[in-house]
Design a protein around this ligand. Structure first.
Ligand code: DC
Length: 218
């Protein structure tokens, strides 16, 4: 395994923005594991799979599903779904289907493979605990519920998706509950992860804090 910096944290904590910046600064590859879960949810929904369908039904679809994350784009069976997976619907279903063991097992190998040839900045719910428990540096990025809801609201609005502030807040609360409350690989801070509360920090400040941490004791 090459050098891995993993960034975990709840929805709307700024993981994606920050992880991209850190990867750029360090010259590492970047992997957004949430995008992989989103692409799988997209594939399952396109194949009419419902949340409570059996593992066999999910397995049948997964066996014909190939998800690749390359240069910041997400390919699902060769189709670029980078924009399509950022909908409210997929926010919901990626959180639902990611609680299924069969889905997590399906994505585990490709996440680990990403660090076999390149130094990697990886972000996502269990990347510090399950996927890369031996990562060189681990960060748990958090922010208050209000701040995360505000960021999500702005993200939706910038994409032209209609949402009220109250709905953005409800979406975050619902996803927090599901991502942290599930039995397999729940959202939890690894004991050796640096906790950063970004509620009152600029992107630049978070970026610098992480770079200092990563460069210390290399
Ligand atoms: O980070 P995101 O919002 O794009 O992730 C979408 C969903 O995927 C999230 O609700 C939980 C799930 N996920 C996960 O279970 N494990 C990961 N490593 C990344 C995401």
């Amino acid at each position: 395994m090459r050098r891995v910096v993993s960034i975990d944290g709840p929805a709307g904590s700024g993981k994606t923005t920050i992880a991209k910046l850190i990867a750029q600064e360090l010259g590492y590859s970047y992997l957004d594991t949430g995008a992989l879960y989103r692409a799988v949810a997209f594939s399952l929904r396109n194949n009419m799979i419902e949340p409570h369908d059996s593992d066999d039904r999910l397995r049948a679809v997964l066996s014909r599903t190939v998800v690749i994350f390359r240069n910041g784009r997400v390919l699902l069976n060769d189709d670029d779904v980078t924009d399509g997976i950022r909908s409210k619907d997929i926010d919901h279903y990626s959180s639902v289907f990611s609680a299924r063991k069969i889905v997590r097992d399906f994505l585990l190998g490709s996440q680990r493979d990403a660090a076999s040839h390149h130094d990697l900045v990886v972000e996502g719910r269990d990347t510090t605990t399950v996927v890369f428990p031996d990562a060189k540096k681990k960060i748990f990025l958090d922010a208050s519920l209000e701040e995360r809801a505000k960021r999500r609201y702005i993200q939706y609005r910038d994409k032209g998706i209609e949402i009220s502030m109250a709905d953005a807040m409800n979406t975050i609360v619902e996803r927090d509950g599901r991502d942290a409350g599930r039995d397999i690989a729940p959202l939890v801070k690894a004991p050796d992860a640096l906790l950063i509360d970004s509620s009152n920090l600029s992107i630049e400040e978070v970026r610098n804090t992480i770079l200092d941490f990563v460069r210390k004791d290399p």
